[in-house]
Design a protein around this ligand. Structure first.
Ligand SMILES: [Zn+2]
Ligand SMILES: [Zn+2]
Length: 673
C-alpha cells in the first residue's frame, strides 16, 4: 500500500483473496499496495486511500456515510497537490464505513480517505502502521484509530499505550506478529516477503527512481545557458558561431538576491539571430553538477577551442581508469556523469560507454567531539585536562563532555588545523600518518599518538641516512649481483621483497601461481591484490627499516657495502611518494645529485626473491664429511670460504692446509689434503 521509500526493494501485494471476505458489504475487491516495511505488516491497523482512488465510489455506495465522504472528497480534490504533499500539511481524513482485510492478521481494518495520499504516489492506497510511521501515528492519534506495536526496541521499553512518537527510524525485533515474532526486522523482511510470495498475496519488486534535476541557478557564477528569448521567435539557441557565451566582468553584486546578470543590460539585451529584433539572454546559469558531469573529457584536450573536447583524445583515453571520491558522490555526481556519457555517446561524439572504470570511495577522517554546556562544541586539541582527571572547557573551565568519534566537520569543531600540525611535525608526517592509519576505503580515526609515531619513524630514517657516508656512485645493483656474501644475499632479498610488496600495494596485481591449488582441481591459483593499500605499504617500509638496522647491528657491511647502499637508497625511493620532502633531501645525501622524483621506480628481481637455499656437500679426500646450505649462484670463492670455515671440516682438517679445493657449482666441494 504505502511506498515508504522511493528506492530499494519492496513488494507489491495484490491480495488474491477477497480483502473483505468476512464483511458482506466488501464485495471481494483487492487493493494493490507497495511497501519496503513488510516487517511491520502485522501492525497495519487501517488503510488510507487517495480521494481520487477509483475504489472510493464503489466502497461508499449505499452507505449512510456516503454523502459526507463525497463532500470531503470533492473538497480535497480542489486543493493544490503541492500543498497536499507538504510536510506541515494538517492531516485530514474521513472513515468510509468500509473495511479491508489485513493479509497477515486476517483482521478487518477500517478504510479511510486522507488528504495526504495522492493517486500519483505509489498506488494511491496506503497501509497504515501507526506504531512505526510518524504520519500514520499522528493520524491515528487524531482519529482514535488503534495503534499496534509490532517492532520492539533493543531495550524492550516500547508500549503502544504510552508511545509518544512512532518507532520508525530503527530496526528492532518483531512482537505480536504471529510466527514471525522474535525475528529481527531484517530477517522478518525476508521471511514475510517469502510468505507473501508463497501465499500468492503479492510479489517482490525492485523500484528505481531517478529524480528530476533542476540544472539552473539564479547566480552570477556559473556556466551561462546559451539560450535567447525573442518576443516574435520565442526560445532561440545562441548560434554555434557565437559560442561560448562568456560572463560579463562588470556586474554589481548587491546582496539583494536574484541574478546580477538581470541587471547587466549589456549582457542581457541582444539582437535575435533569427529576426534581428530585440531579444534577451537567459540569465540563469548552470548548476556546477553540469560541468562536473563531463569535465574529464575536457581535461584530455584543454587547449582545443573548436569544440568542448577533441574526439581523438577522448577515444584514446576514455574511460577514466580510476575514480577516487567520497561516498557522497555515489548517487548524484557519478550517476549524472554516467548519463552525460551515454548521451554524448549516443550523439556520436565519443566511443566510450562509461565514464569511469573503477571507483574507490575513500573513508572519512574522524575525531572525537567535545562539548561545553556554555560554549558548545570545542576544538579537541584545545580541551584541557586528562582522561583521568576529566576534560575541561578551555574558555570557562567547566567540564567538557566527550562525545562520539565523528567525521571531522567545522560545525562540531572536531578538526585538526593542518597548519599547526605542519608547524610542529612537518607535512611529511601529516601525510605519512594519514596514509598509514587506515586502508583508504575505511574511516580513519585521528589520534595524536599515531602522528607522533609517524614522526618518529621519519626521524629514524633520517638518522640512518644522514649519519652515513656513501662512497659509491655507480649502478650498484648490477655490479653486486654475483659477489654477495650470505649475509649480503639476505639483505638483498629483503630489499627486493620490499620493492615487490610496496609496488603491489600501490598498483595492485594479479598473480597466478601454478600448482598451488592442484588438489582442488585447479592447477593455477589466482590472487588479485587490490591497489592503493598505502597503509600496508608503509608498514612494509617500517619493517624494511628494521631489517636494515638489525643487519647493521650484526656486523660491519664490509664487502656487502654496495648491497647496504642499495637497500638504503631503495628505502628512500619507496618512501618518496609518502614523504616526498624528506625523501628528496635524503636522496641527495646518498650522493645522488639528481632529484629522487627523476628516478625510475625500482624494479624487483625475481631471482633475488628466492628463499630456497641449496645444500652443498663437503668432501674431504672424496669422503662425505659435512654439508652447508647456501643461496644458489654464490661465487666459488665464497663457497670455498664457507666450506673451509665449517666447524666439522675444521675438525677433520686439524690445522692442515688444503692441497687443492675442487668446487662443482651448486653441488659439492671436495677438499684434498
Ligand atoms: Zn526573433
Ligand atoms: Zn565553556
Amino acid at each position: 500500500m504505502t511506498k515508504r521509500r522511493s528506492d530499494g526493494e519492496g513488494w507489491g501485494a495484490r491480495s488474491s483473496r477477497p480483502l473483505a471476505d468476512p464483511l458482506p458489504e466488501g464485495g471481494g475487491r483487492s487493493v494493490r499496495i507497495f511497501t519496503t516495511r513488510q516487517d511491520t505488516l502485522f501492525g497495519a491497523t487501517f488503510v488510507t486511500l487517495a480521494p481520487e482512488h477509483p475504489l472510493v465510489d464503489e466502497i461508499i455506495r449505499g452507505k449512510e456515510k456516503a454523502a459526507g465522504v463525497r463532500a470531503f472528497v470533492d473538497r480535497i480534490k480542489k486543493q493544490d497537490k503541492a500543498v497536499r504533499t507538504a510536510d506541515d500539511l494538517e492531516k485530514e481524513g474521513i472513515f468510509t464505513g468500509a473495511h479491508a482485510l489485513n493479509p497477515m492478521t486476517r483482521e478487518p481494518i477500517p478504510i479511510w480517505i486522507g488528504n495526504f495520499v495522492l493517486m500519483e504516489y505509489g498506488t494511491g492506497a496506503i497501509m497504515c502502521v501507526p506504531a512505526h510511521d510518524q504520519r500514520d501515528f499522528e493520524f491515528a492519534r487524531k482519529y482514535g484509530i488503534p495503534i499496534r506495536l509490532v517492532i520492539q526496541n533493543p531495550a524492550a521499553s516500547l508500549d503502544a499505550k504510552t508511545l509518544t512518537a512512532a518507532y520508525s527510524e530503527e530496526d528492532g525485533r518483531l512482537v505480536d506478529s504471529g510466527a514471525f515474532s522474535g525475528m529481527t526486522s531484517e530477517e522478518a523482511r525476508e521471511k514475510i516477503a517469502d510468505f507473501i510470495v508463497s501465499e500468492k498475496l503479492g510479489s517482490r519488486k525492485i523500484n528505481y527512481k531517478l529524480r528530476d534535476w533542476g540544472i539552473s541557478r539564479q547566480r552570477y557564477w556559473g556556466t551561462p545557458i546559451p539560450i535567447l528569448y525573442c518576443d516574435s521567435c520565442g526560445t532561440v539557441p545562441v548560434p554555434y558561431a557565437d559560442l561560448p557565451v562568456t560572463l560579463p566582468q562588470n556586474v554589481s553584486l548587491t546582496g539583494k538576491g536574484g541574478s546580477p546578470l538581470r541587471e547587466n543590460k549589456s549582457f542581457l539585451n541582444v539582437k535575435c539571430p533569427k529576426c534581428a529584433g530585440e531579444a534577451q539572454r537567459e540569465t540563469d546559469t548552470m548548476d556546477t553538477f553540469v560541468d562536473s558531469s563531463w569535465y574529464f573529457l575536457r581535461y584530455l584536450s584543454p587547449k582545443f577551442d573548436a569544440a568542448p573536447f577533441g574526439r581523438k583524445e577522448a577515444d584514446y583515453w576514455m574511460p577514466v581508469d580510476q575514480y577516487i571520491g567520497g561516498i557522497e558522490h555515489a548517487v548524484l555526481h557519478l550517476l549524472y556523469a554516467r548519463f552525460f556519457t551515454k548521451v554524448i555517446r549516443d550523439l556520436g561524439l565519443v566511443k566510450s560507454d562509461e565514464p569511469f572504470t573503477n571507483l574507490l570511495t575513500q573513508g572519512m577522517v574522524c575525531m572525537e567531539t567535545y562539548r561545553c554546556e556554555v560554549h558548545g562544541w570545542l576544538i579537541p586539541l584545545e580541551v584541557v585536562g586528562s582522561e583521568k582527571g576529566g576534560w575541561r572547557c578551555p574558555q570557562c573551565g567547566r567540564p567538557a563532555e566527550r562525545g562520539r568519534v565523528e567525521k571531522m566537520s567545522k560545525s562540531k569543531k572536531n578538526i585538526v588545523d593542518p597548519e599547526q600540525l605542519i608547524a610542529k611535525f612537518g607535512a611529511d608526517t601529516a601525510r605519512l600518518f594519514s596514509l598509514f592509519a587506515a586502508p583508504p576505503e575505511k574511516d580513519l580515526e585521528w589520534n595524536d599518538a599515531g602522528v607522533e609515531g609517524a614522526s618518529r619513524f621519519l626521524n629514524r630514517v633520517w638518522r640512518l641516512v644522514a649519519g652515513r657516508a656513501f662512497h659509491d656512485s655507480g649502478d650498484s645493483v648490477k655490479s653486486i649481483r654475483s659477489d654477495a656474501t650470505r649475509r649480503g644475499a639476505a639483505l638483498r632479498r629483503a630489499t627486493h621483497r620490499t620493492i615487490q610488496k610496496v609496488t603491489e600495494d600501490l598498483e595492485g596485481s594479479h598473480t597466478e601461481t601454478p600448482g598451488a591449488l592442484a588438489e582442488s582441481g585447479s592447477n593455477v591459483s589466482s590472487v588479485r591484490h587490490r591497489p592503493f593499500q598505502f597503509n600496508t605499504a608503509v608498514a612494509a617500509l617500517m619493517e624494511f627499516y628494521n631489517t636494515i638496522t638489525e643487519w647493521q647491528r650484526e656486523g660491519a657491511a664490509g664487502e656487502d657495502e654496495p648491497i647496504l647502499n642499495e637497500a638504503i637508497r631503495t628505502l628512500i625511493l619507496l618512501l618518496s611518494p609518502f614523504a616526498p620532502h624528506i625523501a628528496e633531501e635524503l636522496w641527495m645525501k646518498t650522493g645522488r645529485p639528481d632529484s629522487v622524483f627523476n628516478q625510475p621506480w625500482p624494479k624487483w628481481d625475481e631471482s633475488f626473491l628466492k628463499t630456497d637455499e641449496i645444500t652443498i656437500v663437503i668432501q674431504i679426500n672424496g669422503k662425505l664429511r659435512s654439508q652447508i646450505r647456501i643461496p644458489p649462484g654464490l661465487e666459488e670463492e665464497d663457497v670455498r670460504g664457507l666450506a673451509l670455515s665449517d666447524g666439522r671440516v675444521k675438525e677433520w682438517m686439524k690445522d692442515r692446509s688444503p692441497k687443492n679445493v675442487i668446487y662443482v657449482r651448486d653441488k659439492l666441494v671436495n677438499i684434498v689434503i
